[in-house]
Design a protein around this ligand. Structure first.
Ligand code: ADP
Length: 482
């Protein structure tokens, strides 16, 4: 199949979270299965130019992207995706992508990603690449299905048979802009196709238009696919998702085990596998030393690697963590940045318990691998979690996940049962500090029972969430549509 895949993040070129991992691993797996996959992303100025070999695509030189009142000169570069022979295409437009961050939140954020959409579709035309499927991801590329029905509908030779898939990686980021951006979208003449109530209410919600016009909508776990049809998780879009119920699918994300497994990981101090965990002990010692924390025999180390947002459940932590820290029950290494109040909270915990807590705000992929490998438990008390990748990584590294039963966490971590010896982690239901406290106590008790803890590690490490398996779900969906 010909697949045009659009994303605002593709790891390792640009990544803020799971979207970047998935937008690399899924196309890589599809390419490996023999599909012709063309991935398009922005050429952010913060991509490390000297790390990859970029070549300019002559046939795409002098691409002029014009829509509405706007006109942009763009050029297209290509570079090979690490770990694959597949090329990724980069839309180069310095006036839009030369910013301090991937998501700049400037007044022209809508334009930054509309240019990605228009440029990718125009590049497909120039390359005479007729996609069977255009796969869009999140709000940044969610206007594509509507663009294909309007601005690009004339080109039957290229897009005549194209179907569209929108994957929602996180429903709470919707790309909502004031309706005065309408002339900027190039859709002024098709304004009747926009959601009228919202337009009259003064808003254009990009994600909503993807939900309305994509041939199929997917999200990244079966449980989240159900949850987002409810007011609690639907972020206001639940009526639209419910209306499209028969075309909304929950396809669980996978893991690229070439990158994220202790036997293949080139970034950790020592590799190990399920049959010999001595390397994991050395990884823990190395992590403690790097974090300037003392070795405290018999004390478990908790790891957190996360964007620091309220989605991730950090509101619950001050009380639950302080209790155990005061009693010297665990050490904690946290890596993450985001909301200042959470950064303050972890700084305070570090100041109060300097022998037990280390907090690192940098976005640092190698350190994320060290934490996965060196921790005994991995904490994710999420309020909601579309899929979550870090608990899947943790399972493979023998780092027992402590998670709240929501979204993808509910689908991928099963509660440990001392009776049967089954289960892969500690799972709690309620979104409150008491439940976190219960889960931490349960974890520490299991940690003291060495055979039980080893069994739990073993259960997790032998789970298989490989993309090689999950990619088939996408292939089946695509085949159903075309
Ligand atoms: P989300 O997409 O909601 O952020 P996921 O669990 O799906 O959560 O994916 C998070 C990804 O981002 C993982 O690959 C994780 O290792 C990475 N990550 C998060 N914060 C950092 C950080 N500060 N430094 C390095 N990697 C990080």
């Amino acid at each position: 199949m010909n697949i045009l895949f659009l994303s605002s993040e593709v790891a390792p070129f640009a990544k803020t979270g799971g979207l970047g991992d998935v937008s690399a691993a899924l196309p890589r797996a599809l390419h490996r299965k023999g599909h012709d996959v063309r991935v398009f992303m922005p050429m952010y100025s913060r991509i490390e130019q000297n790390k990859y070999r970029f070549r300019s695509i002559d046939s795409l030189r002098g691409l002029k992207v014009m829509f509405g009142t706007r006109s942009f000169e763009v050029s297209i570069f290509a570079a090979t995706l690490p770990g694959s022979t597949m090329e990724v295409f980069f839309v180069n437009c310095p006036q839009l992508y030369g910013r301090h961050a991937i998501y700049a939140h400037d007044g022209d954020e809508h334009l930054r990603f509309l240019v990605l959409c228009y440029a990718a579709l125009e590049a497909a035309q120039r390359m005479r690449f007729a996609p069977d499927v255009v796969h869009c991801n999140d709000w940044q590329t969610a206007m594509v299905p509507l663009l294909l029905k309007t601005r690009f509908a004339w080109d039957g030779a290229i897009f005549g048979k194209t179907k569209t898939v929108l994957t929602i990686h996180n429903l709470n980021y919707q790309g909502t802009f004031p309706s005065n951006v309408l002339p900027d979208t190039g859709l002024l003449r098709s304004a009747h196709l926009l959601h009228q109530d919202q337009l009259h209410g003064g808003r254009i919600n990009f994600l909503l238009h993807g939900i309305l016009y994509a041939t199929a909508v997917t999200t990244v776990s079966p449980t989240y696919a159900r949850e987002i049809r409810t007011p609690e998780y639907g972020a206001g879009l639940e009526p639209f998702l419910k209306a499209r119920e028969s075309t909304v699918f929950g396809l669980l994300n996978g893991v690229d085990y070439d990158e994220w497994s202790p036997q293949a990981d080139r970034l950790i101090p020592q590799r190990y596998d399920v049959d010999d965990l001595s390397g994991k002990e050395r990884c823990k010692a190395a992590l403690l030393s790097r974090a300037h924390l003392p070795v405290l025999p018999g004390v478990p180390l908790l790891g957190i690697v996360s964007r620091l947002t309220s989605q991730k459940g950090f509101d619950l932590l001050p009380d639950a963590l302080s209790l155990g820290l005061r009693e010297g029950k665990f050490q904690l290494v946290v890596q993450g940045s985001g909301e200042k109040r959470f950064e303050r909270m972890f700084h305070q915990l570090r100041d109060k318990y300097p022998r037990q807590v280390r907090f690192q705000t940098a976005f640092d992929n190698p350190l994320a691998h060290w934490i996965q490998a060196g921790s005994d438990f991995f904490l994710m008390p999420s309020k909601y979690e579309p899929c979550g990748l870090t608990q899947l990584y943790a399972l493979k590294y023998g780092t027992v996940p402590i998670v709240r039963k929501t979204g993808g966490l509910a689908d991928t971590v099963q509660l440990w049962s001392p009776r049967t010896g089954g289960g892969t982690g500690i799972v709690f239901d309620d979104y409150d500090a008491k439940a976190v406290h219960w889960a931490l106590e349960a974890a520490f008790n299991i940690y003291r029972d060495r055979p039980a803890y080893r069994r739990l590690q073993h259960n997790g490490m032998t789970q298989n969430f490989s993309w090689d398996h999950q990619v088939q779900k996408y292939e089946q969906l695509y085949s159903k549509l075309v």
